[in-house]
Design a protein around this ligand. Sequence first.
Ligand SMILES: [Zn+2]
Ligand SMILES: [Zn+2]
Length: 538
Amino acid sequence: MAKICLLLRMGPHRILLDCGLENIAPLLAERDAPLPADLVLCTHAHPDHAKGLLSLHYAFPQLPIYASEVTTELLPLNWPKEAKVPQFCQALPWRSPVEFREGLSAELIPAGHLPGAAALLLTYTTKKRAYTVFYTGDFLLSNSRLVDGLPLEDLRGLKPDVLIVEGSYGTARFSHRRQQENLLAERIYRAIAEGQSVLLPTPTLGLGQELLMLLRSHHHFTGRDLDIWVDGTVASGCDIYLSMLSHFPSAVQNFARHQPLFWDERIRPRVRRFASLTPAEVSSQLGNSASIVLTNQDADLSQYCCSDTTSWLLLLPQQPGRLGSVERAVMQMLESTPALQAQIQAGRFTVENYLLSDHCDGAGTTQLIHNLRPQHVVFIHGSSAYLNDLTSLEELQNRYHLHTPSLGAQVALPIGETFLQPAAPEARYEGEIIEMDTAVLISLPNAIVTDPRWQEIADTGLVEARWQGEELVLRGISQRELLSQSAEAPMPTNVECCQNCIHCRGQRCWNQASPMFGFRVSLDGYCPVFEGIPNSEN
Ligand SMILES: [Zn+2]
Ligand SMILES: [Zn+2]
């Protein structure tokens, strides 16, 4: 996993953005200042952004470290072996710029992805002008079960000088998150129906809790007589989520008013702590009926699969850009566990992948860029192939200065005073077609209504469609057009206009060579392929 640690200089200020380094030696090396930075901002509690913070704090206790309140609570899970993690991280409020040093302020903006995850808007103000940097951290535009997506609407036209954006998924395209959830729920449902137990190893924070919430609220599972066992650091993550409920989306808080979010022995499907079981109970509970186990991905999985009467479906999260690495590690681990070898040979283990994305896909990333409209775009946090895919996009190359800095390299980002902010490209809308007995429905995302041109097309509620080569073109019929069509006076017969064209029948154009083909035309209309009605008197 790529680890993130960025040193940003704005004027005299040095800001460390995240510190996912397991070994902070590069930050201890020769410096011309007593501290490696003036302050540290941490976007979220995932280890690839936070693992090095504790060593950094021990090495430089006077170095201030900040994050959102939820992140400060989640951070200690990164050091499970530490008896007591000191409270070294200070909580910052959402959406309210804080001035840390003279002229330097930062604002936290919810970034989706993980509860507490923040994007950062940094502003450095001089007498001449203000310089702004927007750093996304890890982000997701769609809402997940336990965290709302990044509020793109609020940021439209922000025009930061520099945008530092993660490119974890490159230009890959994924289906909508709801579809991904349904696919996964479907697969788990099928396994359970066939008597298979399901083992879900996940990272400590984020995915595991999302899966639990999905299983708790998806119609495939609600009311089912089923045990979901949660173990390891995933269970510790659940406990911290529960202690911070007031920070969660209101839908989650509502849910929690009616039934416990996680630990629940009463309402089906039950959610229970695996750690509460004695070894004897483990084999009786997990050996007798199909159940679901959620645990951290580095746990010893053999402790759940010890019974030789159950067959298991092992579901591993797909990580685009790092295909196969997790599967290989898990399979190696399973195959090297003597207790499981017989079961693997007996075919009682199936391993499959699923996708429940917590980063933006290519479409989401470009959408963010076009909405913010920065001068410079710096891509980080993806395989070099994926980042290259992004910088090769013509729609980005034409509009922004693109950068993919290599590890340890310094990038200068000159800010042009006269930089012309490029216009955002035409939005494209993807829809769905539903064929019915007597009609065809085309549904489009309702974001389309925010375009000022929509009013015109929706004016009368009537549209016309026609083929243009392979493409179907839709056109709205305006009020004016409807009125004028009925009130039109006939034209003199010697004028080159639709009324006098052989291809005009029933006030429609039937000339396939005409751009108006198939459309209702106005009688005084004209097009280059006009053909006069042969005069019978000649
Ligand atoms: Zn993350
Ligand atoms: Zn990350």
